[in-house]
Design a protein around this ligand. Structure first.
Ligand SMILES: [Zn+2]
Length: 319
């Protein structure tokens, strides 16, 4: 069931007192992620708890008017679309929790710049511009937790599930008693069954395709055995025993590999050198970089070369 009391927000009821919230039109590419509001329930939690709902500040204010106060907010990882607006929840009184070591990216943009390795490829000013476009503001205080930690707020348990293929601190959220599983940014990014998306994303050096495949298998098992609903940062709601998200994510990774393998064969590339990766980067097959310029082009070049290098490394056509 969908209720829509606030313009530009889609609010879906997962259970009687747990909501999935989606900002329909984000102001910029990496400024928003869907997240969960756990409303108060007698004998469970007296105040609202929010999971990874990074949306524009004026929308956070409106949600807080209806569903607040929010005592605790848990962030899933340090990518821009999960950290930009968290400061607003903090200013409304929520304690902010985020996974170590990416919790530091909410405190200072420069940590984000160094932590994800942008520093090896571009000036800080590029990242500053990117952050400003996405509305990023710093938090004052963030409480770090270790991926895998279980939160206990009054009588509700929220397990964080490390899904580290996507980033070194990335977690999903399992609420066993409510049979809900939120897989955050793992790579199920279809906002309706008929739409396509990019799929799993692994553009930073720290990402790992091998770990991704393990994470997908693990989330599939958790979902099928322990949850009624599967939600994520950029997708529609999936009901058990639907396996489409897992088939989709594996297929996307395999297709990306095929794309790179095919290019390697048809261009007669012979080894895993940096030149091979750079050559493939110029073919523009993951992002339409020919249409880009300025800071955005620098960032997409960096991400795409990360993705390509991982597939080059795995290619059976190269030594
Ligand atoms: Zn992410």
């Amino acid at each position: 069931m969908t209720t829509s009391k606030i313009d530009n927000l889609e609010i879906s009821k997962l259970t009687e007192d747990i909501l999935l919230v989606h900002q329909k039109k984000p102001p910029f590419y990496f400024s928003c992620s869907d997240g969960i509001i756990i409303l108060p329930k007698k004998g469970r939690n007296a105040n609202s708890i929010v999971l990874d709902l990074n949306i524009e500040p004026h929308l956070i204010d409106k949600l807080n008017d209806i569903y607040g106060p929010v005592t605790n907010y848990i962030c899933s990882h340090g990518h821009m679309d999960h950290i930009a607006h968290v400061h607003q929840w903090e200013s409304l009184g929520a304690k902010i929790h985020a996974p170590f070591p990416e919790h530091a990216y909410l405190l200072e943009l420069h940590n984000f710049y160094i932590g994800f390795g942008f520093i090896d490829a571009m000036e800080f000013s590029v990242i500053k511009e990117f952050a400003e476009k996405n509305g990023y503001k710093e938090c004052q205080e963030v409480i770090p937790f270790k991926p895998g930690h279980t939160f206990e707020f009054e009588d509700i348990l929220i397990e964080t599930i490390p899904l580290l293929g996507h980033s070194k601190a990335h977690v999903g959220f399992l609420i066993p008693e409510e049979r809900l599983f939120h897989i955050s940014c793992l790579g199920f990014d279809k906002n309706s069954p008929e739409k396509d998306g990019f799929g799993p994303w692994y553009g930073f050096a720290e990402c790992s395709i091998e770990q991704y495949l393990i994470d997908i298998t693990q989330t599939e098992l958790i979902f099928l055995n322990q949850a009624n609903f599967l939600t994520s940062s950029h997708s529609y709601i999936v009901k058990n025993p639907e396996r489409a998200p897992f088939i989709y994510m594996r297929r996307k990774i395999a297709k990306n590999q095929e794309l790179v393998d095919h290019a390697i064969k048809s261009h007669n590339l012979t080894n895993k050198s940096i030149e091979t990766s750079n050559y493939l980067l110029r073919l523009d097959f993951f992002y339409p970089k020919r249409k880009m310029e300025g800071y955005l082009l620098e960032i997409y070049n960096f991400w795409e070369s990360g993705i390509i290098r991982k597939h080059v490394e795995r290619s059976k056509y190269l030594n």
